[in-house]
Design a protein around this ligand. Sequence first.
Ligand code: HEC
Ligand code: HEC
Length: 363
Amino acid sequence: MILSLKKTMVPVFLLLFFILAGFGIKEQIANNQEKIQLSDEDSVWDIYEKLGKIKINQVNSEIEGVSAEKGKDIIHTGSSSKQNGKGSTGNQSPYFKCTACHNTEKEFSDLSDISAQNRLDYAEDHNLPFLQGSSFYGIINRVTYYNDDYQKKYGHIPIIKASNTDLRKAIQLCATQCAQGRELDDWEIESVIAYYWTLGLRLKDLSLSDNDRNKIEESINQKSKQSEAIQLIEARFLSKSPAHFAEDKAFEKMESSVMENKERFQNGKKIYERSCLHCHKNKRYSFFSLDKSRYSFNNLMTRTKAGGMGSIHKITRHGTWPLAGKRAYMPLYPTEKLSEDQLDDLRIYIENMSEGKDLSKSK
Ligand code: HEC
Ligand code: HEC
């Protein structure tokens, strides 16, 4: 009797076991499907979407022939294959490539500290040019363009005003005004945006603390506190490139202790090499040639003392204007792109070099 009860109980237990185990597995599968683990390569926009933010500046892929490769070619070489893929378009500008004034790499170790010196140090460590325009890296994570003094000073010009909040207009404005070239077609602008999407910020760029990263992960998985999570991300980079212009200052004699400061000389040298020579060496983007000869430094120093448009104080703060018809011009440096201290460092370098004193070689 007892034996037969045991015998019938075995299949019942087994059945119960399988049912329970089955539930367990089902639950595990459900959990695994939901739990999202963030990885370094995740794009900031994908994380935003998971937190409920609506994407802006999406590529309109209904336009025929749009591709990130074409956009990349336009930015780096000035032309691309045509909309139908056959042959090549004409050059966008006879004077410039977009990369004359814009990098396409990350420019800061900490994207929430965009000081000009942080940018120069990063350029030195990563062998990048140091330019007047902001990098296209992370541009799809920014929401306004031609900010602050660009708007204050030129906001009365309709396309500059419109460019403040419209990336497509900002691209067209820069193609025709900065690069002094032809207008881009709509498929070309869309291709540039498609390329920009390949340069979007990634999670690793934000250098989040483990704690903050966990909070963001939790927020996604539990679908709670999304706006707090978004704020944690937003605190780690700027959603615009600030731009403040400075007045040019008059030439004044510098104290010899300042003039002999090797660190400042070295900093000025970096600016000269990574910025001025980027465009002026061998007349790459300009008819005015600069190099590291005594002649170049003397020329700059004489004009700086004279205080005319060729003075380094005037040229950096005002740039030049495209005079009478289309031609190359030099954009000004906002203080975010060249600080007042850095401009002094540049002067210290140029003045010493014009006197044959290379402080990087002296003990
Ligand atoms: C001669 C220099 C120069 C050239 C060439 C140039 N740009 Fe610019 N561009 C600038 C400057 C200066 C700004 C000012 C705002 C900034 O970048 O911070 C700017 C701004 C922009 C902005 C808005 C960026 C922002 O965050 O405010 C976009 C987009 C842009 N340029 C696209 C282009 C494209 C596309 C090309 C090539 C077709 C190009 N630029 C060529 C100098 C240049
Ligand atoms: C984005 C490219 C670019 C950069 C960077 C640049 N320049 Fe220029 N610069 C030009 C262009 C273009 C002109 C206009 C002259 C021409 O070619 O017609 C010019 C003009 C000048 C002139 C006036 C030349 C003349 O004949 O009157 C001086 C001086 C000058 N630049 C110095 C500098 C110094 C110093 C730096 C670094 C702080 C610098 N430039 C950085 C492109 C650039």
